[in-house]
Design a binder for this molecule. Structure first.
Ligand code: PLP
Length: 389
């Protein structure tokens, strides 16, 4: 059977080998410490679950407007305005099937053959895949571990060319946890505005920023540069609602219209009763989010302290999200060369599952998710220390 050239061009995910090996081990009854999942271990808010069940009972099971439930678009626009200073009206918000669909629809709506998209490396594995699926090219900017993986405006702007259609930033970052500095974000947006290109800000992890630091969101910059800034957000990580598949984007009217056109042929509206459920999140989100933030920070500190005790493992402090991205290449020895071989070694010898950095364009690193219990973190550190002793 033939598949399209588009699919043939896509690289196989480097996470697959470790994931399937981990599943195999689990099936054999092996106790695997799973540090690979980019998924909160908290449960979805009870109020949201109850509201979704109520919506089902009330027969809210039909299509809504393609762009989403008007009440939810309105709630998202108010939330972005009140919390972050975003300028968007409800009709500038599209509810999507996760942030992933928002990003994919943006790629299809805005990019094409011959276009370039500037993207910091390390990057979330899906960004380059989506850009390539839209026939555009990725232009990478190095985000270096010695700078805590934060990109500078200078480095980003250096990579903008006449073919650039957008700069795609993800802060806090998956996989590094880096949070962009406010002054760099502003300078990048100003440069994008002056060149007539878009700044797409994926702020999926915006609620998880540590050490009491303020989060520099692109939302207030959209008030100054309304034709430039596009914001992508999600219910998945913020509210532990990954399986609900609810995300959103907010941006200029022309972009919203183009995305709505794509969405009308791709998914139509996100699931109706899930959207009714999500409306309830705005009633009591703050206490839960604050509790998760506290917990993630404690786990981050525990993990960093543990990694610091392992020779040859260097880990910049993640300022946000729930990932650490240590450099481990100093321990690529005894035939285990490269992050995939190293991840396989950790799985086989310590039964700890991590994601190879190659998946994120950085083969000297591995990604550790600390969205798991402190007990599993301690257990994993113990196993890692022994395997690398
Ligand atoms: C940076 C980033 N953006 C977007 C997403 C997609 O989230 P969802 O589609 O669940 O909203 C993820 C999920 O891992 C992510 O890490």
């Amino acid at each position: 059977m033939r598949v399209s050239q588009r699919v043939s061009r896509l690289a196989e995910s480097a996470t697959l080998a470790v994931a399937s090996r981990a599943a195999e081990l689990r099936a054999q009854g092996v106790d695997v410490v799973d540090w690979s999942a980019g998924e909160p271990d908290f449960s979805s808010p009870p109020g949201v679950v109850a509201a979704a069940i109520e919506a089902l009972g009330q027969g809210r099971t039909r299509y809504t407007k393609n762009t989403g439930l008007p009440e939810l678009r309105s709630a998202i626009s108010s939330d972005l305005g009140e919390r972050l200073g975003g300028p968007w009206t409800a009709d500038q918000v599209v509810v999507t099937v996760g942030a992933k669909a928002a990003l994919f629809e943006l790629a299809l709506a805005l990019f094409g053959a011959g276009d370039e998209v500037v993207l910091p490396n390390p990057y979330w594995v899906t960004f380059p895949a989506q850009i390539q699926l839209a026939d555009a090219e990725v232009v990478e900017v190095a985000a270096r571990p010695e700078h805590g993986f934060r990109v500078s405006a200078e480095a980003v702007c250096d990579r903008i060319s006449p073919r650039t259609r957008a700069v795609l930033l993800n802060s806090p970052s998956n996989p590094t946890g880096a949070v962009i500095a406010a002054k760099d974000l502003r300078a990048i947006v100003e440069e994008c505005a002056s060149r007539g290109i878009y700044l797409i800000a994926d702020e999926t992890y915006e609620r998880f920023v540590y050490d009491g630091e303020p989060f520099p969101s692109a939302a207030p910059l959209a008030a100054e540069f309304p034709e430039t800034v596009i914001l992508v957000g999600s219910f998945s990580k913020t509210h532990a609602m990954t399986g609900w598949r609810l995300g959103y984007l907010a941006g200029p009217q022309a972009v919203v219209k183009a995305v709505a056109k794509i969405q009308s042929h791709a998914t139509s509206n996100a699931t109706t009763f899930a959207m009714w459920g999500a409306l309830a999140v705005f009633d009591d989100a703050e206490a839960r989010v604050a509790e998760m933030l506290r917990e993630y920070q404690a786990r981050r500190d525990l993990l960093l302290a543990g990694l610091a005790g392992i020779p040859g493992v260097e880990c910049p402090t993640p300022g946000g999200a729930f990932y650490a991205f240590p450099k481990v290449s100093a321990r690529y020895e005894n035939g285990r060369q490269g992050s995939a071989a190293f991840a396989e070694f950790l799985l086989d010898s310590a039964q700890v599952a991590v994601v190879p950095g190659a998946a994120f364009g950085a083969d000297e690193h591995i990604r550790i998710s600390f969205a798991c219990s402190s007990e599993r973190l301690r257990d994993g550190i113990d196993r890692l220390s022994k395997a690398l002793a």
